[in-house]
Design a protein around this ligand. Structure first.
Ligand SMILES: N[C@@H](CCC(=O)N[C@@H](CS)C(=O)NCC(=O)O)C(=O)O
Length: 158
């Protein structure tokens, strides 16, 4: 679990937020994991959608909350948590019903989550370096903009 130090949070207003808040992008698998667990656990949470196609995760405002500029970020009663696998493990421990990671399988599950995190990092490199870069940039300007719009439409907030 990565729980940021309060003095590292430059956007101090989130330190006063009450309840559960999730910064997320609709097409982000890491955000989806957190959303699935929040909903399975029946947590009442507030959604803060960010659009990474508009680089909203790299604004000074968001970087002041999550210096890595990645999603998801969970804010609970002013505490800021990053890293999706830490977030889902934390949420599972915070309320015991339903228990999604049984105690007697926790070590194995954490090992699988670590593998998944490493795999995700590799996939991100490939996706950003080859798929998205080609998709959005390697075309004539008019086509690039049409493609970008189609890509954006595919990720229209659900
Ligand atoms: N290890 C991090 C990875 C987070 C991550 O890479 N999130 C992606 C979405 S799945 C993201 O924010 N990408 C935006 C970017 O790389 O600019 C976690 O599990 O939370």
């Amino acid at each position: 679990m990565v729980n940021l130090y309060r003095e590292d949070i430059k956007k101090n207003e989130v330190l006063d937020w009450q309840g559960v808040h999730l910064f997320r992008f609709v097409g982000s698998s890491c955000s989806q994991k957190a959303r699935i667990v929040l909903n399975l656990k029946g947590v009442d949470w507030e959604s803060h959608p960010l659009n990474f196609l508009k680089a909203e995760n790299y604004t000074p405002w968001y970087l002041g909350i999550n210096p890595r500029g990645l999603m998801p970020t969970l804010v609970q009663d002013g505490d800021v948590h990053i890293e999706s696998n830490g977030i889902i493990s934390y949420l599972d421990e915070a309320s015991t019903t339903p228990r999604l990671i049984p105690d007697n399988q926790n070590l194995q599950v954490q090992a699988h989550l670590q593998d998944e995190d490493r795999l995700h990092f590799d996939l991100r490199t490939l996706a950003f370096g080859f798929v998205l870069a080609r998709f959005l940039a390697g075309k004539p300007p008019e086509q690039a903009s049409a493609s970008a719009n189609r890509f954006k439409a595919a990720f229209t907030d659900l």
